[in-house]
Design a protein around this ligand. Sequence first.
Ligand code: CP
Ligand code: NVA
Length: 307
Amino acid sequence: MKDFISLQDYSREQIEALLDLAIDLKAKLKAGTSHQLLKGKTLGMIFTKSSTRTRVSFEVGMVHLGGYPLFLSAADIQLGRGETIYDTANVLSRFVDGIMIRTFAHQDVLDLAKYASVPVINGLTDLLHPCQVLADLQTIYEHKGRLSGLKLAYLGDGNNMAHSLLHGCAKVGMDISVATPKGYACDDEIVEQAKEAAKLSSSTVVITNDPCEAIKGADAVYADTWVSMGQEAEKQARLKIFAPYQVNASLFALADADAIFLHCLPAYRGLEVTEEIIDGPHSVIFDESENRLHAQKAVMATLMGGV
Ligand code: CP
Ligand code: NVA
């Protein structure tokens, strides 16, 4: 694989290999064992949206691997003033060994990958967030000791997180139930892709408008913001529509007694999740954040270092 743009492009075995490597790199880091798999390599990181976790985890991860990250804000580079993706891809490919991009239109990432001769990593688009889900799968595995046969419930907007969770869970054999309000459903094509993958991995994909049905018996419960980057103008309407999907104590009580709570962050307490749940004993949100580092190091080492 040249790029990491969608988990849909990866087989179950390839995803499991990335998770194994992420766990190995995490152990090496904790043990103080050198793992400079990308010594002297460079990663250009294009951001046209805000970020805390993605930026810091890619930058720090590249340093751990012996490489050098370059933060390229769209506000500063010529892409933000109308230079084409084609020219940007070609020029950056002459300088760096890999490109990470966070942007709005998914097609821009596909185009960047098409024209760049170096690997392209999707650091979030309006459609997908595969790096986050790789870290989420690592987190679930670490807490539950397995992935296959577990059930994940996602409550809220049919957005980039929901889409990548559909791809990721279906590939690794986890049952997934997604509950969204009417009018905020997931992309039909992505649901179909997940259903196909679920057939292969003997898991299930359930799409519903009923948050109680989705969360019932879940081993992992996932929430994301109701107002994604770029949707700020819709905020007031969304807060009303999504209210029944708030992960609170009464809804969480329907999940398995040992269920873990996940959130990609940034979180808005009192909206998509109550403080009681996100800051309570079932929450694994900071393990998830940490695992962004390890999971993305695995992706970079695999794509740029030929691991
Ligand atoms: N979860 C996530 O991608 O966080 P950032 O927006 O801070 O990168
Ligand atoms: N759905 C959110 C995820 C943030 C990591 C957004 O796109 O803003």
